[in-house]
Design a protein around this ligand. Sequence first.
Ligand code: 5CA
Length: 439
Amino acid sequence: MRLSRYFLPVLKENPSEAQIVSHRLMLRAGMIKQAAAGIYSWLPLGFKVLRKLENIIHEEQARAGHIAIQMPIIQSADLWRESGRYDDYGQEMLRMKDRHDRDMLFTPTAEELVTDIFRGHVSSYKDLPLTLYQIQWKFRDEIRPRFGVMRGREFYMKDGYNFDLTKEDSLHAYNRHLVTYLRTYERMGLQAIPMRADSGPIGGDNTHEFLVLADTGESEVFYDSAVTDLTFGDRQIDYDSREQCQAILEEFTSKYARTDETHDEALFNQVPEERRRVARGIEVGQIFYFGTKYSEAMGATVQGPDGKPVPVHMGSHGIGVSRLIGAIIEASHDDKGIIWPEGVTPFHCGIVNLKQGDDEADAACNKIYGALTALGLDPLYDDRKERAGGKFATMDLIGLPWRITVGPRGLKNGVVELTCRRTGESEEMSPEATVTKIA
Ligand SMILES: Nc1ncnc2c1ncn2[C@@H]1O[C@H](COS(=O)(=O)NC(=O)[C@@H](N)CS)[C@@H](O)[C@H]1O
């Protein structure tokens, strides 16, 4: 992309309404623009990152054999009356009436809707196991939306729902989701620690939240520091193997790690004192097992092996996709701006022309741009007639992992400068060498 033809409305000043660094940087880098309290327009740079996160989530859900669907964002209240949640859900639910005066609502989550889809089409245990998921906008009328996309009212969520014949089968689905989440977050450059949590309005008594440690996190967490040494890496897991998925659950959740809602001081004191940590975290996902809570209420049964109807065992599993962008920035920034992990960066590298309009410099930039694009990499070429300092400041602010700086002086010696955003280190090399180095 050439910056002269892009739409990147960066801000020079820190917006006064931003209280945490991710909110401040998302506004300054021209990623979002507030449309109303807790509701944002996603501008090109932010929207590009959102789609990168979506792609990673779809890949990891497919790897686990979960099937993508798309459910509506406006739902009928009737389904929620069947489960009894229409009244229970409280003021967070945005309710409305259509022109025929029918009660409708803006989906805060979709257990009822997906159960209705299931009960209408699946009737035999032979069709199980089945996990359906979507990545879809949600609305929760938070009393105090704040911190930008971190606690919005309209937000983007991956929500997945598993349907199984027995509790054991459903707990395997739970473990399988834990495995996919560990790999998903690591691919985004994050360490998200699974912690015992409270199930809240979703229900059930078995749930883990995934938290990214951050001083600005809304959740208070208590954990054994040994959990921060755990990494999933590129393990090859057989997602159908109960033993392998159970072993991952035990490896990543046997040490003490809990949110304040489930914290147990006595248990915590059994952790060696030098390993006890109290901190704050950002909840970027949660997985639940809630048995037959919705299937019994809504008559979602299958014919069991003995021919008798069995209400299916279910769980639901969410990832806060828009919140993740804030979490990644909280975990990866410096005083000059964002530092995108390579797996989620909006552009692979920036190209800065120090003398736009100079034939040799322009030709070199176009050549590098063409070579990177031919390799499937996505460069952002700052071809504006702007002084170097302003171009560097923009590149640092938007946080691309690499910057290639091209100027007439360097070219006379056959070199350009390659700078790594994370370390700030620069190295002179030939234009061809920079392409090879960052490909
Ligand atoms: N107000 C909000 N703003 C941004 N992200 C949110 C908000 N509320 C929840 N989330 C994100 O959405 C994730 C899933 O939400 S949840 O309530 O825990 N789970 C569910 O809704 C389940 N139905 C998952 S299918 C949370 O872990 C969090 O990362």
